[in-house]
Design a binder for this molecule. Sequence first.
Ligand code: PGA
Length: 253
Amino acid sequence: MKRNTPLVVGNWKMNPPTFVEARKIFVDIKKRVQKSTSTVVIAPPFPYLYEIGKARSRTNIKLAAQNMHHEQQGAHTGEVSPKMLRDTGADYVIIGHSERRAAGETDELVRKKIDTAVKAKLIPIVCVGESKRDQHGNFFSFVEGQLRAVLADRSTATVKKIVIAYEPIWAIGTGKHATTEDVEEMRLFIQKIISTLYDRATAGKVTVLYGGSVNADNCTELWQSGISGFLVGGASLRPAEFAAIVNVTETQL
Ligand code: PGA
């Protein structure tokens, strides 16, 4: 299957502690990646979204939120709606990150969030991934279960808009990334599941990313796995390193 336009997403999580620092990191990233042919997306914490959105000025850098509520509005104290995110300039939203799933987010909630996001014209970046690998390949059934739970019985138009990020939990923030072979195998597996649920053409439109301890040293190797890009945590707060990762995705295989 043809690789989609490369996509690199920087997930800043609950960092950095002040907006002044956030702007500094962003301006540095912007200088380094503004001419990139890959799609670059930055996901800052909620309070920084609007200002970081404005700081993009005329660049092609896109904005993402790290989460959202599954309803468009209402009495949900402390929550943020997809429409509010659109209003800040966000085009993407990360849904079902394992750190959110660990805090109680279920497949059912992920499913609802995908629907609300698409209705609000946000592109969902849906995270899936196993907590550990076993020799019997049970992690494949685990990821298949997650994919079926959140993707089944949708319109192909909705599915084609979704980005899937394969993020094995054991690789997140640990410095231990999946091997290139493992990433390639899982990418093919994810595309096969989507083909089974829908068809080959739909599966081909879904962008599949890898995330989990991606850095400047391992990205060249991981890029050989045929994935369409990366979801980067820690390294996205280090502009030179993040730019190096973006750079690798501009190379044709
Ligand atoms: P990491 O995080 O790159 O720091 O491992 C990835 C993520 O959680 O999205």
